[in-house]
Design a protein around this ligand. Sequence first.
Ligand code: SF4
Length: 570
Amino acid sequence: MARGCSRGCRFCHAGFIYRPVRERSLEKINSYLKEALAHTGYEELSFLSLSTGDFTLLEELFCQVINKLFQERVAISLPSLRVGSVSEELILFLSKLRKTGITLAPEAGTQRLRDVINKNIKEEEILEYTQKIFALGWKQIKLYFMLGLPTETKEDVEGIYHLCTKILAQADKKVRLTASVSLFVPKAHTPFQWSRQLNLGELQERIALLRKLFQQNKRLTLKWHNPEMSLLEGVFSRAGRELAPILVKAYQKGEILSNWDDFLHFDIWLKVFAQEGIEWEEYLRERELTETLPWDHLSCGVTKEFLLKELKKSLQAKTTEDCRSGKCSNCGVCDFKSKEIVPKLNKKKGREFSFTEPNWEQALVKKEQWRIWFKKKGFSAYLSQLELQKIMERALRRAKLPLAFSQGFHPVPLISFGRALPVGLESEEEIFQIFMAQEVKEKSFALINSFLPQGLRIFHWERIDLKDKIVLSRREDFKLSYPLAKAHCYVAKMDFFNKQKNWFFAKQGKRKVHNLDLKAIMQMKHLEKGDILISFNWDVNYINPLVAIKEIFRPNLEEIRVIKIKQYMN
Ligand code: SF4
Protein backbone atom coordinates (compact mmCIF):
# COMPACT_ATOMS: atom_id res chain seq x y z
CA MET A 1 0.00 0.00 0.00
CA ALA A 2 3.00 2.30 0.29
CA ARG A 3 6.72 2.43 -0.36
CA GLY A 4 9.31 3.83 1.98
CA CYS A 5 9.28 4.80 5.65
CA SER A 6 10.34 8.11 7.10
CA ARG A 7 10.74 7.09 10.74
CA GLY A 8 14.51 7.02 10.33
CA CYS A 9 15.54 4.04 12.50
CA ARG A 10 19.30 4.26 12.08
CA PHE A 11 19.98 0.55 11.63
CA CYS A 12 17.30 0.03 8.97
CA HIS A 13 18.46 -0.48 5.42
CA ALA A 14 14.93 -0.36 3.95
CA GLY A 15 14.18 2.83 5.89
CA PHE A 16 16.87 4.69 3.93
CA ILE A 17 17.10 3.09 0.53
CA TYR A 18 13.35 3.19 -0.15
CA ARG A 19 12.84 6.83 0.74
CA PRO A 20 10.76 8.90 0.24
CA VAL A 21 7.39 7.61 1.40
CA ARG A 22 4.99 7.15 -1.49
CA GLU A 23 1.46 6.09 -0.65
CA ARG A 24 -0.91 4.55 -3.13
CA SER A 25 -4.21 6.36 -3.47
CA LEU A 26 -7.34 4.81 -1.98
CA GLU A 27 -8.75 4.48 -5.52
CA LYS A 28 -5.73 2.51 -6.65
CA ILE A 29 -5.74 0.22 -3.62
CA ASN A 30 -9.46 -0.40 -4.06
CA SER A 31 -9.06 -1.25 -7.72
CA TYR A 32 -6.07 -3.58 -7.10
CA LEU A 33 -8.00 -5.23 -4.33
CA LYS A 34 -11.03 -5.85 -6.52
CA GLU A 35 -8.95 -7.21 -9.36
CA ALA A 36 -6.67 -9.34 -7.18
CA LEU A 37 -9.52 -11.00 -5.29
CA ALA A 38 -11.42 -11.77 -8.49
CA HIS A 39 -8.36 -13.29 -10.16
CA THR A 40 -6.89 -15.23 -7.27
CA GLY A 41 -9.88 -16.26 -5.17
CA TYR A 42 -7.69 -15.58 -2.12
CA GLU A 43 -9.46 -15.88 1.20
CA GLU A 44 -7.30 -13.51 3.22
CA LEU A 45 -5.99 -10.04 2.62
CA SER A 46 -3.28 -8.09 4.37
CA PHE A 47 -2.26 -4.44 3.99
CA LEU A 48 1.51 -4.37 3.76
CA SER A 49 4.18 -1.70 3.73
CA LEU A 50 7.27 -0.87 5.78
CA SER A 51 5.07 0.83 8.36
CA THR A 52 1.39 0.11 7.75
CA GLY A 53 0.18 2.00 10.82
CA ASP A 54 1.64 5.17 9.29
CA PHE A 55 -0.52 4.99 6.17
CA THR A 56 -2.24 8.37 6.22
CA LEU A 57 -5.71 7.13 5.37
CA LEU A 58 -5.59 3.70 7.00
CA GLU A 59 -8.87 4.16 8.86
CA GLU A 60 -10.65 5.44 5.74
CA LEU A 61 -9.29 2.54 3.76
CA PHE A 62 -10.67 0.10 6.31
CA CYS A 63 -14.06 1.79 6.30
CA GLN A 64 -14.16 1.59 2.50
CA VAL A 65 -13.14 -2.03 2.08
CA ILE A 66 -14.57 -3.77 5.08
CA ASN A 67 -18.09 -4.25 3.76
CA LYS A 68 -16.83 -5.69 0.50
CA LEU A 69 -14.52 -8.05 2.39
CA PHE A 70 -17.33 -9.22 4.66
CA GLN A 71 -19.65 -9.77 1.72
CA GLU A 72 -17.04 -11.86 -0.05
CA ARG A 73 -16.01 -13.55 3.20
CA VAL A 74 -12.41 -12.50 2.83
CA ALA A 75 -10.53 -12.33 6.11
CA ILE A 76 -8.34 -9.33 6.83
CA SER A 77 -5.10 -9.14 8.75
CA LEU A 78 -2.57 -6.45 9.48
CA PRO A 79 1.16 -6.81 10.09
CA SER A 80 2.65 -5.59 13.37
CA LEU A 81 1.75 -1.96 13.95
CA ARG A 82 4.01 0.64 15.42
CA VAL A 83 3.15 1.64 18.97
CA GLY A 84 0.79 4.60 18.91
CA SER A 85 0.37 4.65 15.13
CA VAL A 86 -3.27 3.57 14.88
CA SER A 87 -6.49 4.72 16.48
CA GLU A 88 -8.04 2.95 19.46
CA GLU A 89 -11.13 2.12 17.39
CA LEU A 90 -8.98 0.27 14.89
CA ILE A 91 -7.19 -1.68 17.64
CA LEU A 92 -10.59 -2.59 19.03
CA PHE A 93 -11.63 -3.85 15.62
CA LEU A 94 -8.38 -5.80 15.20
CA SER A 95 -9.02 -7.44 18.56
CA LYS A 96 -12.08 -9.08 17.01
CA LEU A 97 -10.03 -10.67 14.23
CA ARG A 98 -8.07 -13.84 14.84
CA LYS A 99 -5.99 -13.20 17.96
CA THR A 100 -2.95 -15.22 17.01
CA GLY A 101 -0.63 -12.89 18.86
CA ILE A 102 0.57 -9.35 18.54
CA THR A 103 4.04 -8.21 17.62
CA LEU A 104 5.84 -5.03 18.66
CA ALA A 105 9.35 -3.91 17.85
CA PRO A 106 10.94 -1.80 20.62
CA GLU A 107 14.34 -3.00 19.22
CA ALA A 108 16.23 -1.91 22.36
CA GLY A 109 15.63 -2.43 26.07
CA THR A 110 16.54 1.04 27.37
CA GLN A 111 15.41 4.52 26.43
CA ARG A 112 19.01 5.64 25.89
CA LEU A 113 19.64 2.93 23.30
CA ARG A 114 16.27 3.48 21.65
CA ASP A 115 17.33 7.12 21.24
CA VAL A 116 20.69 6.03 19.82
CA ILE A 117 18.91 4.07 17.10
CA ASN A 118 16.23 6.76 16.68
CA LYS A 119 13.36 4.41 17.44
CA ASN A 120 11.34 7.31 18.83
CA ILE A 121 9.19 5.21 21.15
CA LYS A 122 9.05 5.96 24.86
CA GLU A 123 8.79 3.23 27.47
CA GLU A 124 5.52 4.75 28.77
CA GLU A 125 4.04 4.46 25.29
CA ILE A 126 5.02 0.80 25.06
CA LEU A 127 3.49 0.06 28.45
CA GLU A 128 0.33 2.00 27.71
CA TYR A 129 -0.12 0.25 24.36
CA THR A 130 0.51 -3.26 25.74
CA GLN A 131 -1.88 -2.60 28.63
CA LYS A 132 -4.62 -1.86 26.09
CA ILE A 133 -3.74 -4.96 24.10
CA PHE A 134 -4.05 -7.16 27.18
CA ALA A 135 -7.32 -5.51 28.20
CA LEU A 136 -8.70 -6.47 24.77
CA GLY A 137 -7.90 -10.10 25.39
CA TRP A 138 -4.58 -10.82 23.68
CA LYS A 139 -2.77 -13.66 25.41
CA GLN A 140 0.41 -13.78 23.37
CA ILE A 141 2.78 -10.98 22.62
CA LYS A 142 6.03 -11.01 20.71
CA LEU A 143 8.69 -8.32 20.98
CA TYR A 144 11.55 -7.79 18.55
CA PHE A 145 14.91 -6.68 19.89
CA MET A 146 18.40 -6.28 18.52
CA LEU A 147 21.56 -7.27 20.31
CA GLY A 148 24.94 -5.71 19.64
CA LEU A 149 23.70 -2.25 18.62
CA PRO A 150 26.34 0.54 18.62
CA THR A 151 27.14 1.81 22.17
CA GLU A 152 25.27 -1.13 23.78
CA THR A 153 26.24 -1.79 27.41
CA LYS A 154 25.46 -4.55 29.91
CA GLU A 155 22.68 -2.33 31.23
CA ASP A 156 21.08 -2.18 27.77
CA VAL A 157 21.19 -5.97 27.44
CA GLU A 158 19.59 -6.39 30.86
CA GLY A 159 17.10 -3.69 29.84
CA ILE A 160 15.58 -6.14 27.33
CA TYR A 161 14.67 -8.46 30.18
CA HIS A 162 13.48 -5.63 32.44
CA LEU A 163 11.21 -4.18 29.75
CA CYS A 164 9.70 -7.62 29.12
CA THR A 165 8.97 -8.16 32.80
CA LYS A 166 7.42 -4.69 33.12
CA ILE A 167 5.11 -5.46 30.20
CA LEU A 168 4.20 -8.85 31.61
CA ALA A 169 3.48 -7.35 35.05
CA GLN A 170 0.48 -5.56 33.49
CA ALA A 171 -1.06 -8.76 32.16
CA ASP A 172 -2.87 -11.66 33.76
CA LYS A 173 -1.08 -14.93 34.39
CA LYS A 174 -2.20 -16.54 31.14
CA VAL A 175 -0.27 -14.08 28.99
CA ARG A 176 2.98 -15.32 27.47
CA LEU A 177 5.68 -13.07 26.08
CA THR A 178 8.32 -14.03 23.52
CA ALA A 179 11.37 -11.86 22.97
CA SER A 180 12.88 -12.49 19.58
CA VAL A 181 16.41 -11.19 19.42
CA SER A 182 18.24 -10.57 16.18
CA LEU A 183 21.88 -9.61 16.09
CA PHE A 184 22.84 -6.21 14.78
CA VAL A 185 24.45 -6.21 11.35
CA PRO A 186 25.61 -2.78 10.06
CA LYS A 187 24.17 -2.07 6.62
CA ALA A 188 25.35 0.06 3.71
CA HIS A 189 23.52 3.38 3.14
CA THR A 190 22.53 3.68 6.82
CA PRO A 191 24.06 5.92 9.53
CA PHE A 192 25.55 2.77 11.10
CA GLN A 193 27.42 1.81 7.92
CA TRP A 194 30.66 2.83 9.70
CA SER A 195 29.91 0.95 12.95
CA ARG A 196 31.63 -2.09 14.35
CA GLN A 197 29.86 -5.45 14.49
CA LEU A 198 30.41 -7.61 17.57
CA ASN A 199 32.53 -10.76 17.20
CA LEU A 200 31.37 -14.30 17.95
CA GLY A 201 32.62 -14.34 21.56
CA GLU A 202 30.94 -11.01 22.42
CA LEU A 203 27.64 -12.08 20.84
CA GLN A 204 27.65 -15.40 22.66
CA GLU A 205 28.40 -13.67 25.94
CA ARG A 206 25.45 -11.28 25.55
CA ILE A 207 23.09 -14.07 24.48
CA ALA A 208 24.19 -16.11 27.52
CA LEU A 209 23.46 -13.16 29.82
CA LEU A 210 19.96 -12.81 28.38
CA ARG A 211 19.29 -16.55 28.56
CA LYS A 212 20.21 -16.56 32.24
CA LEU A 213 17.86 -13.66 32.95
CA PHE A 214 14.97 -15.11 30.94
CA GLN A 215 15.23 -18.44 32.77
CA GLN A 216 13.91 -16.68 35.86
CA ASN A 217 10.42 -16.30 34.44
CA LYS A 218 8.49 -19.20 32.90
CA ARG A 219 6.08 -16.88 31.07
CA LEU A 220 8.97 -15.45 29.08
CA THR A 221 10.53 -17.14 26.08
CA LEU A 222 13.73 -16.01 24.46
CA LYS A 223 14.56 -16.71 20.83
CA TRP A 224 17.74 -15.56 19.21
CA HIS A 225 19.31 -15.52 15.81
CA ASN A 226 22.21 -17.81 14.99
CA PRO A 227 25.34 -15.68 15.68
CA GLU A 228 27.41 -17.45 13.01
CA MET A 229 24.82 -16.60 10.39
CA SER A 230 24.75 -12.96 11.54
CA LEU A 231 28.52 -12.79 11.23
CA LEU A 232 28.40 -14.10 7.66
CA GLU A 233 25.63 -11.63 6.89
CA GLY A 234 27.80 -8.88 8.38
CA VAL A 235 30.81 -9.86 6.29
CA PHE A 236 28.92 -9.82 2.99
CA SER A 237 26.70 -6.86 3.77
CA ARG A 238 29.69 -4.48 3.82
CA ALA A 239 32.13 -6.30 1.54
CA GLY A 240 33.29 -5.29 -1.89
CA ARG A 241 33.42 -7.29 -5.08
CA GLU A 242 36.54 -9.13 -3.85
CA LEU A 243 34.29 -11.49 -1.90
CA ALA A 244 32.33 -12.70 -4.93
CA PRO A 245 34.69 -15.71 -5.42
CA ILE A 246 34.04 -16.74 -1.80
CA LEU A 247 30.33 -17.08 -2.52
CA VAL A 248 31.04 -19.21 -5.59
CA LYS A 249 33.54 -21.45 -3.75
CA ALA A 250 31.24 -21.97 -0.75
CA TYR A 251 28.37 -22.74 -3.13
CA GLN A 252 30.55 -25.31 -4.90
CA LYS A 253 31.17 -26.94 -1.52
CA GLY A 254 27.42 -27.34 -0.97
CA GLU A 255 26.52 -24.10 0.85
CA ILE A 256 23.27 -23.52 -0.99
CA LEU A 257 20.62 -23.06 1.71
CA SER A 258 22.93 -21.49 4.29
CA ASN A 259 20.19 -19.15 5.46
CA TRP A 260 18.54 -22.15 7.14
CA ASP A 261 20.17 -23.01 10.45
CA ASP A 262 20.32 -26.72 9.73
CA PHE A 263 21.97 -26.15 6.34
CA LEU A 264 24.61 -23.66 7.46
CA HIS A 265 28.10 -25.14 7.83
CA PHE A 266 30.14 -22.29 9.27
CA ASP A 267 33.31 -24.40 9.16
CA ILE A 268 33.04 -24.64 5.36
CA TRP A 269 32.84 -20.85 5.09
CA LEU A 270 35.85 -20.47 7.41
CA LYS A 271 37.83 -22.94 5.28
CA VAL A 272 36.96 -21.07 2.08
CA PHE A 273 37.97 -17.73 3.64
CA ALA A 274 41.28 -19.28 4.73
CA GLN A 275 41.94 -20.86 1.32
CA GLU A 276 41.33 -17.54 -0.42
CA GLY A 277 43.48 -15.66 2.08
CA ILE A 278 40.59 -13.51 3.31
CA GLU A 279 40.68 -12.26 6.90
CA TRP A 280 36.91 -12.29 7.30
CA GLU A 281 36.85 -10.72 10.77
CA GLU A 282 38.34 -7.58 9.24
CA TYR A 283 34.93 -6.96 7.62
CA LEU A 284 33.31 -6.57 11.04
CA ARG A 285 35.58 -3.67 12.05
CA GLU A 286 34.55 -0.05 12.49
CA ARG A 287 35.18 1.95 9.28
CA GLU A 288 37.12 5.20 9.23
CA LEU A 289 34.80 8.11 8.41
CA THR A 290 37.22 9.19 5.70
CA GLU A 291 37.71 5.83 4.01
CA THR A 292 36.13 4.97 0.67
CA LEU A 293 33.36 2.45 1.11
CA PRO A 294 32.67 -0.25 -1.52
CA TRP A 295 29.21 1.20 -2.21
CA ASP A 296 30.21 4.85 -2.39
CA HIS A 297 29.64 4.84 -6.17
CA LEU A 298 25.98 3.91 -5.63
CA SER A 299 23.33 6.36 -4.56
CA CYS A 300 19.85 5.80 -3.17
CA GLY A 301 19.27 9.54 -2.98
CA VAL A 302 20.09 9.94 0.73
CA THR A 303 23.37 11.84 1.02
CA LYS A 304 26.48 10.62 2.85
CA GLU A 305 26.55 13.94 4.75
CA PHE A 306 23.10 13.22 6.15
CA LEU A 307 24.12 9.70 7.20
CA LEU A 308 27.21 11.10 8.90
CA LYS A 309 25.14 13.73 10.72
CA GLU A 310 22.79 10.99 11.89
CA LEU A 311 25.71 8.87 13.12
CA LYS A 312 27.04 11.77 15.16
CA LYS A 313 23.62 12.46 16.64
CA SER A 314 23.23 8.80 17.53
CA LEU A 315 26.45 8.82 19.53
CA GLN A 316 24.98 11.66 21.59
CA ALA A 317 21.66 9.76 21.88
CA LYS A 318 19.93 12.60 20.05
CA THR A 319 16.86 11.76 17.98
CA THR A 320 15.68 13.04 14.60
CA GLU A 321 11.98 13.53 14.13
CA ASP A 322 9.95 11.86 11.43
CA CYS A 323 9.86 14.24 8.48
CA ARG A 324 6.23 13.32 7.84
CA SER A 325 5.07 14.62 11.21
CA GLY A 326 7.85 17.16 11.81
CA LYS A 327 10.27 19.21 9.76
CA CYS A 328 12.35 17.98 6.83
CA SER A 329 15.80 16.91 7.96
CA ASN A 330 17.30 17.29 4.49
CA CYS A 331 18.21 13.69 3.84
CA GLY A 332 18.54 14.65 0.20
CA VAL A 333 16.04 12.33 -1.39
CA CYS A 334 13.12 14.62 -2.18
CA ASP A 335 12.99 16.76 -5.24
CA PHE A 336 11.07 19.69 -3.84
CA LYS A 337 10.69 21.21 -7.29
CA SER A 338 8.46 18.33 -8.43
CA LYS A 339 4.85 18.04 -7.32
CA GLU A 340 5.45 14.65 -5.65
CA ILE A 341 5.82 15.83 -2.08
CA VAL A 342 5.94 13.26 0.72
CA PRO A 343 2.44 12.97 2.24
CA LYS A 344 2.32 14.37 5.74
CA LEU A 345 1.06 12.25 8.59
CA ASN A 346 -2.31 13.69 9.41
CA LYS A 347 -3.09 12.53 12.89
CA LYS A 348 -5.96 14.89 13.55
CA LYS A 349 -8.01 14.57 10.43
CA GLY A 350 -9.33 11.37 9.01
CA ARG A 351 -8.24 8.99 11.78
CA GLU A 352 -11.75 8.01 12.89
CA PHE A 353 -12.86 4.49 12.31
CA SER A 354 -16.35 3.23 12.90
CA PHE A 355 -17.54 -0.24 12.26
CA THR A 356 -20.72 -2.23 12.89
CA GLU A 357 -20.29 -5.93 13.31
CA PRO A 358 -22.41 -7.91 10.82
CA ASN A 359 -25.16 -10.18 12.05
CA TRP A 360 -23.36 -13.50 11.75
CA GLU A 361 -26.52 -15.55 12.42
CA GLN A 362 -28.12 -14.04 9.33
CA ALA A 363 -24.95 -14.53 7.32
CA LEU A 364 -25.08 -18.31 7.70
CA VAL A 365 -27.41 -19.58 4.98
CA LYS A 366 -27.34 -23.13 3.66
CA LYS A 367 -29.60 -23.39 0.65
CA GLU A 368 -28.16 -26.38 -1.20
CA GLN A 369 -25.53 -29.07 -0.85
CA TRP A 370 -23.55 -30.48 -3.77
CA ARG A 371 -21.32 -33.55 -4.11
CA ILE A 372 -18.49 -33.08 -6.57
CA TRP A 373 -16.21 -35.72 -8.12
CA PHE A 374 -12.75 -34.86 -9.34
CA LYS A 375 -9.53 -36.37 -10.71
CA LYS A 376 -6.15 -35.70 -9.18
CA LYS A 377 -3.48 -36.70 -11.63
CA GLY A 378 -0.04 -35.80 -12.96
CA PHE A 379 1.75 -33.05 -11.02
CA SER A 380 -1.37 -32.44 -8.94
CA ALA A 381 -0.69 -35.76 -7.20
CA TYR A 382 1.99 -33.89 -5.25
CA LEU A 383 -0.48 -31.46 -3.70
CA SER A 384 -1.05 -32.12 -0.02
CA GLN A 385 -4.59 -32.35 1.31
CA LEU A 386 -4.35 -28.81 2.71
CA GLU A 387 -3.08 -27.41 -0.57
CA LEU A 388 -5.83 -29.25 -2.42
CA GLN A 389 -8.49 -27.72 -0.17
CA LYS A 390 -7.09 -24.22 -0.67
CA ILE A 391 -6.90 -24.63 -4.46
CA MET A 392 -10.48 -25.94 -4.65
CA GLU A 393 -11.75 -23.16 -2.42
CA ARG A 394 -10.03 -20.51 -4.52
CA ALA A 395 -11.31 -22.04 -7.78
CA LEU A 396 -14.87 -22.04 -6.38
CA ARG A 397 -14.50 -18.41 -5.36
CA ARG A 398 -13.09 -17.46 -8.76
CA ALA A 399 -16.00 -19.23 -10.45
CA LYS A 400 -18.22 -16.90 -8.35
CA LEU A 401 -20.28 -19.73 -6.90
CA PRO A 402 -22.41 -18.58 -3.95
CA LEU A 403 -20.59 -20.58 -1.25
CA ALA A 404 -21.99 -20.85 2.27
CA PHE A 405 -19.51 -19.87 4.96
CA SER A 406 -18.95 -20.36 8.66
CA GLN A 407 -19.60 -17.33 10.87
CA GLY A 408 -17.15 -14.85 12.36
CA PHE A 409 -14.22 -12.75 11.19
CA HIS A 410 -12.33 -15.68 9.70
CA PRO A 411 -15.03 -17.34 7.63
CA VAL A 412 -14.32 -20.65 5.91
CA PRO A 413 -16.48 -22.29 3.22
CA LEU A 414 -18.55 -25.23 4.43
CA ILE A 415 -16.68 -27.84 2.46
CA SER A 416 -15.80 -31.43 3.42
CA PHE A 417 -13.51 -33.80 1.60
CA GLY A 418 -13.57 -37.58 1.42
CA ARG A 419 -10.71 -39.78 2.62
CA ALA A 420 -7.43 -37.89 2.11
CA LEU A 421 -5.25 -39.27 -0.64
CA PRO A 422 -1.58 -39.60 0.38
CA VAL A 423 0.78 -37.18 -1.38
CA GLY A 424 2.26 -38.65 -4.56
CA LEU A 425 -0.70 -40.90 -5.42
CA GLU A 426 -2.94 -40.13 -8.38
CA SER A 427 -6.68 -40.69 -8.44
CA GLU A 428 -9.42 -41.09 -11.03
CA GLU A 429 -12.11 -40.21 -8.52
CA GLU A 430 -12.09 -38.14 -5.37
CA ILE A 431 -15.02 -36.38 -3.82
CA PHE A 432 -15.97 -33.38 -1.75
CA GLN A 433 -19.24 -31.85 -0.62
CA ILE A 434 -20.05 -28.18 -0.39
CA PHE A 435 -22.92 -26.03 0.87
CA MET A 436 -24.20 -23.15 -1.24
CA ALA A 437 -25.96 -20.06 0.10
CA GLN A 438 -28.13 -19.79 -3.04
CA GLU A 439 -29.48 -22.08 -5.72
CA VAL A 440 -26.88 -22.91 -8.35
CA LYS A 441 -27.45 -23.92 -11.96
CA GLU A 442 -25.72 -27.20 -12.91
CA LYS A 443 -23.79 -25.63 -15.74
CA SER A 444 -22.09 -23.13 -13.39
CA PHE A 445 -19.80 -25.89 -12.09
CA ALA A 446 -18.13 -26.45 -15.47
CA LEU A 447 -16.36 -23.11 -15.05
CA ILE A 448 -14.37 -24.37 -12.05
CA ASN A 449 -12.02 -26.39 -14.27
CA SER A 450 -10.64 -23.27 -15.91
CA PHE A 451 -9.30 -22.23 -12.49
CA LEU A 452 -7.72 -25.55 -11.53
CA PRO A 453 -4.08 -26.53 -12.14
CA GLN A 454 -2.99 -29.21 -14.57
CA GLY A 455 -4.15 -32.67 -13.49
CA LEU A 456 -6.94 -31.48 -11.20
CA ARG A 457 -10.34 -31.75 -12.94
CA ILE A 458 -13.88 -31.96 -11.68
CA PHE A 459 -15.98 -34.31 -13.84
CA HIS A 460 -19.28 -34.94 -12.11
CA TRP A 461 -21.52 -33.04 -9.69
CA GLU A 462 -24.94 -33.57 -8.22
CA ARG A 463 -27.25 -31.84 -5.78
CA ILE A 464 -27.67 -33.85 -2.56
CA ASP A 465 -29.79 -33.51 0.54
CA LEU A 466 -28.77 -30.79 2.98
CA LYS A 467 -28.53 -33.42 5.69
CA ASP A 468 -26.17 -35.76 3.82
CA LYS A 469 -22.87 -36.09 5.61
CA ILE A 470 -19.65 -36.88 3.77
CA VAL A 471 -18.97 -40.61 3.81
CA LEU A 472 -15.43 -41.96 3.83
CA SER A 473 -14.70 -44.72 1.34
CA ARG A 474 -14.71 -48.22 2.86
CA ARG A 475 -12.82 -49.89 0.01
CA GLU A 476 -10.55 -48.53 -2.69
CA ASP A 477 -9.02 -50.04 -5.85
CA PHE A 478 -5.59 -48.95 -7.04
CA LYS A 479 -3.78 -49.80 -10.25
CA LEU A 480 -0.05 -50.38 -10.00
CA SER A 481 1.69 -50.02 -13.38
CA TYR A 482 5.24 -51.34 -13.74
CA PRO A 483 7.74 -51.44 -16.64
CA LEU A 484 7.15 -54.44 -18.90
CA ALA A 485 10.84 -55.30 -18.86
CA LYS A 486 10.47 -56.09 -15.18
CA ALA A 487 7.16 -57.98 -15.44
CA HIS A 488 8.62 -61.26 -14.13
CA CYS A 489 9.83 -59.55 -10.98
CA TYR A 490 6.52 -57.78 -10.16
CA VAL A 491 4.37 -60.81 -11.01
CA ALA A 492 6.57 -63.08 -8.89
CA LYS A 493 6.28 -60.75 -5.91
CA MET A 494 2.50 -60.52 -6.33
CA ASP A 495 2.22 -64.33 -6.54
CA PHE A 496 4.41 -64.70 -3.49
CA PHE A 497 2.19 -62.29 -1.53
CA ASN A 498 -0.98 -64.10 -2.69
CA LYS A 499 0.37 -67.45 -1.49
CA GLN A 500 1.02 -66.23 2.07
CA LYS A 501 -1.48 -66.82 4.86
CA ASN A 502 -0.49 -63.66 6.71
CA TRP A 503 1.82 -60.74 5.98
CA PHE A 504 2.53 -58.75 9.10
CA PHE A 505 3.70 -55.18 8.87
CA ALA A 506 4.69 -52.89 11.75
CA LYS A 507 2.99 -49.51 11.24
CA GLN A 508 4.34 -46.71 13.40
CA GLY A 509 1.39 -44.85 14.96
CA LYS A 510 1.56 -41.54 16.84
CA ARG A 511 2.10 -43.27 20.18
CA LYS A 512 2.69 -46.95 19.45
CA VAL A 513 3.48 -49.46 16.76
CA HIS A 514 0.51 -51.32 15.23
CA ASN A 515 1.03 -54.78 13.81
CA LEU A 516 -1.10 -54.99 10.66
CA ASP A 517 -1.83 -58.08 8.62
CA LEU A 518 -1.65 -56.85 5.03
CA LYS A 519 -3.28 -60.06 3.82
CA ALA A 520 -6.47 -59.03 5.62
CA ILE A 521 -6.35 -55.49 4.21
CA MET A 522 -5.40 -56.00 0.57
CA GLN A 523 -5.96 -58.32 -2.36
CA MET A 524 -4.09 -58.36 -5.63
CA LYS A 525 -4.69 -59.68 -9.11
CA HIS A 526 -3.07 -59.24 -12.45
CA LEU A 527 -4.88 -57.07 -14.96
CA GLU A 528 -3.50 -56.80 -18.45
CA LYS A 529 0.26 -56.79 -19.04
CA GLY A 530 2.01 -54.20 -16.96
CA ASP A 531 -0.84 -53.56 -14.48
CA ILE A 532 -1.76 -55.07 -11.11
CA LEU A 533 -5.08 -54.34 -9.43
CA ILE A 534 -4.79 -53.84 -5.67
CA SER A 535 -7.98 -53.68 -3.62
CA PHE A 536 -7.78 -52.26 -0.11
CA ASN A 537 -10.40 -52.88 2.54
CA TRP A 538 -10.28 -49.95 4.95
CA ASP A 539 -12.91 -51.56 7.20
CA VAL A 540 -10.12 -53.84 8.44
CA ASN A 541 -7.50 -51.15 8.89
CA TYR A 542 -5.95 -48.21 7.05
CA ILE A 543 -2.45 -48.11 5.63
CA ASN A 544 -0.96 -45.65 3.14
CA PRO A 545 -1.25 -47.62 -0.14
CA LEU A 546 2.21 -46.53 -1.21
CA VAL A 547 3.71 -47.84 2.04
CA ALA A 548 2.01 -51.22 1.48
CA ILE A 549 3.23 -51.35 -2.13
CA LYS A 550 6.77 -50.51 -1.04
CA GLU A 551 6.64 -53.28 1.58
CA ILE A 552 5.60 -55.95 -0.93
CA PHE A 553 7.36 -54.93 -4.14
CA ARG A 554 10.36 -52.89 -2.91
CA PRO A 555 10.06 -50.97 -6.21
CA ASN A 556 12.15 -48.22 -7.69
CA LEU A 557 9.54 -45.48 -7.17
CA GLU A 558 10.52 -43.71 -10.36
CA GLU A 559 9.54 -46.70 -12.51
CA ILE A 560 6.04 -47.33 -11.15
CA ARG A 561 2.77 -45.43 -11.32
CA VAL A 562 0.06 -45.90 -8.71
CA ILE A 563 -3.39 -44.57 -9.39
CA LYS A 564 -6.66 -44.90 -7.48
CA ILE A 565 -9.29 -46.08 -9.93
CA LYS A 566 -12.39 -46.66 -7.81
CA GLN A 567 -13.77 -46.10 -4.35
CA TYR A 568 -16.71 -47.79 -2.64
CA MET A 569 -18.77 -46.04 0.03
CA ASN A 570 -20.65 -49.14 1.13
S1 SF4 B 1 14.19 15.09 1.97
FE1 SF4 B 1 13.18 15.74 3.84
S2 SF4 B 1 11.00 15.29 3.49
FE2 SF4 B 1 12.16 14.15 1.93
S3 SF4 B 1 12.45 12.13 2.85
FE3 SF4 B 1 14.27 13.34 3.33
S4 SF4 B 1 13.86 14.21 5.35
FE4 SF4 B 1 11.89 13.49 4.53
